[in-house]
Design a protein around this ligand. Sequence first.
Ligand code: OSB
Ligand code: MG
Length: 382
Amino acid sequence: MVEAIHGESGAHTMKIEAIHLREIAMPLVQPFQTSFGVTIQRRILLIEIESDGLSGWGECVAGEHPYYSEETVDTAWAIVAGELGQMLLKGPVEHGGNCPSLFKRVRGNRMAKASLENAVWDMEAQRRKVSLAELLGGTREVIGCGVSIGIQPTPEQLMEKIEAEVAAGYQRIKLKCQPGWDVKIFEMVRKRWPDIALSCDANGAYRIRDFEHLAAFDEFNLMMLEQPLWYDDFYFHSMLQKQLHTPVCLDESIRNRRDALAAIDMESCRIINVKVGRVGGFSEAIAIHNATSERGVPVWCGGMLETGIGRSHNVALSSLQNFTLPGDVSASKRYWAEDVIEPAVEVSVNGEITVPGKLGRGYEVRKDLIEKLTVRRETLRP
Ligand code: OSB
Ligand code: MG
């Protein structure tokens, strides 16, 4: 059980003077293809809250299109500007943990909620002069890192990518898969690398008619098979898990702690991917962490092609004790020519990131660069 540091009631009320919304445009260093589409350039909503001379930052992980989840950059913008931002300015807020109750009337829109809540936690760590990891209840000094490798134009190009990531020291290779890009690929990869920690992620690309085909994945000793079926399903994943030796891992299906409990009870999965944006913020991510920890279900931290702001938040979250499996939190340079934080997130030759012990997120925000990348802005005040 992990308990975040909480303030004494009333002692540290935060007077939020402004909430700045910015959309930045950033090209990826290489296209990223999943079963739901290709991303070449990202449009990203960043949140900056101002209080008492400090800035707290949050990154909204919603994509440009509603393909991974229902939310998009534009829906999140509208919900933050029109609903959640006003609720946060009204407060009272002392702590990121106050946000879920302030935002309660708004259903769903979890990525929009997380972008504000996480900015409050980011601010709170600076006010208390502790690291964000410590504020969240994290104890690990280093975290284990894996990579997620998109579907490639050719199998040869995939093999080159894997070779480079294995050489870089990453502890686990995750391959995006879909019908036509699965068992043949796994065969090639296992022939060359019989022993690497390997997993795959279908982002919901398979159906019930594919159960026998998915059972053939057992041959490849995968650490897990991530979200093989519909993005909102538990029941059929439970049917599938009964027929597989390979652990199923749920990503899209898990929206909150209750979903995690239901999935564990039904045995829809044996592993859970925690993405702080997908579950609505750090409070719910910690609740899922604690529930899975009590039940002996391992978790790992997922990624959403974040800039350094969201990436630094993922590093802090990964420092909680039940994040026992290598996550999808990897080096900034795999995504960006220039990241919006300083230093960039770096991974050691043994595939680890050192959790910053400094106050706050532990990486400086490069506001000058963010200004240059900004294509849209709006400021909310009390
Ligand atoms: O399903 O984990 C996913 C990227 C975008 C949307 C969904 C997913 C992903 C990844 C990449 O797998 C994770 C990362 O490296 O940021
Ligand atoms: Mg996934």
